[in-house]
Design a protein around this ligand. Structure first.
Ligand code: SME
Length: 166
């Protein structure tokens, strides 16, 4: 059997995400499905989860939502802490190739070597983020970033169409 290239893997994952997007009945269902699909399809995506800003919280805090992977002690993260806080407060994707070299890093698992956090916007404001950890150093290249930003965009679009819960 021919081996599957990295690009083919990304294309397959995107197709699976598109099918999920067509079938998901809510943003919540979509987010849950994205964590499962990314974790299953991509060998190096060892922890996949969403953190969403708690509505109305002052100071703002990110709260852990759906995730796949090991349990994390970081279920609530203020915006001035962690790589998660950095991505949410800057509104920019943060890629860390070697977490041991980043003083912002909050350890979730001793096995984690690299991380990517992509913000999710609702009507122009950060509402949460999609966070991935890998047991491999520098696991998140440009194709990974595109795939994960695509997932974050789908969630963003779906959240914008749902009535606010607060
Ligand atoms: N490493 C993150 C914390 C969340 S765990 O990775 C699941 C951070 O530095 O913000």
């Amino acid at each position: 059997m021919a081996t599957t290239s990295q690009s083919e893997k990304h294309t397959e994952a995107r197709k699976a995400i598109d099918r999920l997007h067509a079938e998901a009945r809510s943003a919540d269902e979509l987010m849950k499905g994205i964590t499962v699909l990314l974790n299953q399809h991509m060998l190096k995506y060892n922890w996949v989860g969403f953190y969403m800003l708690e509505p109305g919280a002052e100071p703002p805090v990110l709260v852990l939502g759906h995730y796949q992977g090991a349990m994390t002690p970081h279920t609530r993260i203020p915006l001035n802490q962690g790589i998660c806080g950095a991505a949410a407060s800057s509104g920019k994707t943060v890629v860390v190739d070697d977490v041991s070299q980043d003083s912002r890093y909050l350890a979730c698992s001793l096995e984690t070597k690299s991380e990517i956090v992509v913000p999710i916007f609702v009507h122009g404001k950060v509402a949460g983020e999609l966070d991935l950890d890998s047991h491999f150093p520098a696991a998140f290249g440009s194709e990974d970033r595109e795939l994960i930003e695509y997932c974050a965009q789908l969630v963003s679009n779906r959240l914008e169409r749902e009535p606010a819960t607060t």
